[in-house]
Design a protein around this ligand. Structure first.
Ligand code: NDP
Length: 296
């Protein structure tokens, strides 16, 4: 079998197009523009690239982008005061504090200072609890993007067996909650899981969020399964840097029914879902109907 390649880049472009059309309509009807504030502390090179991309994508869909760049030695009180101002600012519908923060800052404290309704990353403890109890939450962008790709591919996920490899708070756990919400039978695997290969072979849907280059190989994939590769790993190959996922694409795509590539799979969905979440937050704040197909 040669797997169908799920084109996350094209799907993300469609999501951004949907968001842009919705924003244009709101702007024409109500004269309001959704706004996203991104806070970057320090000069971590990868974070700078992410923040630049987020800014460009926000502008592209017609939203307001507010960038706050603070020096690496910023103290907690200063950062919390900024978050407080953004919470109170009616022009700001979404707040994202770029992680990782410098080591002297308490990420949990800062994230939990964001107003839950503006927490477009979905990391605030209230949103975690809402998602866990099946209530309306702001949902973390990467797992939301994976869910959108899966819903588009399968139409119904009900009754399918899903295995999520990885139990982080930002990907693995919310991914498992979302799949459970769509009535999959969910297993979460992690570094202590016994016979990981056998567990993975039980999956109709296999989500890899491990952070280990090409760890999931074809012999761990059930024939015909859908494989979602969340991993983004930079590796050296023949002296050149390249990006690979947590799945060995060559062997897995020979067995799977469908698979996301790296790059061009889950990655582009993350920013698209950040924009979708900002629009959702705006609609909820203003009592407007939420955009269809852009939430969990
Ligand atoms: P974390 O490091 O926080 O979590 C990794 C998880 O993988 C842990 O739960 C760990 O288990 C598990 N794990 C590690 N080694 C093994 C192993 N040998 N067998 C089974 N499980 C194992 O990573 P994240 O969740 O933050 O990210 C995962 C990947 O997704 C990374 O490659 C990251 O770059 C990528 N990513 C991509 C995004 C995108 O936009 N596409 C966004 C966010 C992340 P344990 O808990 O037992 O230690």
């Amino acid at each position: 079998m040669t797997a169908q390649v799920i084109d996350g880049k094209a799907f993300a472009a469609r999501v951004r197009g949907q968001v842009a059309a919705h924003v244009a309509r709101i702007c024409a009807e109500c004269g309001l523009v959704p706004g996203l504030a991104v806070v970057l502390v320090g000069k971590d090179p990868a974070s700078q690239v992410y923040v630049r991309n987020k800014h460009a994508s926000t502008i592209e869909v017609g939203m307001e982008s507010f960038e706050h760049r603070l020096p690496a030695m910023t103290d907690e009180a200063t950062l919390l005061a900024l978050v407080g101002r953004l919470n109170a600012d009616p022009a700001v519908n979404g707040i994202l504090v770029q992680l990782p923060l410098p080591a002297h800052l308490d990420s949990d404290l800062v994230i939990n200072a964001i107003a839950p309704a503006k927490d477009v990353d979905g990391f605030h403890i209230s949103n975690v609890g809402l998602l866990g109890t099946g209530q309306k939450a702001m949902v973390p962008c990467t797992p939301l993007g994976c869910l959108m790709l899966l819903r588009d591919h399968h139409r119904s996920l009900s009754g399918l067996s899903a295995v999520v490899v990885g139990r982080s708070n930002i990907v693995g756990k919310p991914m498992a909650q979302l799949l459970l919400g769509d009535s999959c039978t969910v297993t979460i695997a992690h570094s202590r899981t016994k016979d990981l290969a056998a567990v993975c072979r039980g999956a109709d849907i296999l989500v890899a969020a491990v952070g280990r280059p090409e760890m999931i190989t074809g012999d761990m994939v059930r024939p015909g399964a859908t494989v979602i590769d969340v991993g983004i790993n930079r590796v050296e190959c023949d002296g050149k840097a390249r990006l690979v996922g947590d799945v060995d694409f060559a062997s897995a795509s020979a067995v799977a029914g469908a698979i996301t590539p790296v790059p061009g799979g889950v990655g582009p969905m993350t920013i698209a879902c950040l924009l979708a979440n900002t629009l959702t937050a705006f609609c909820r704040a203003n009592g407007l109907p939420e955009p269809e197909g852009l939430t969990a």
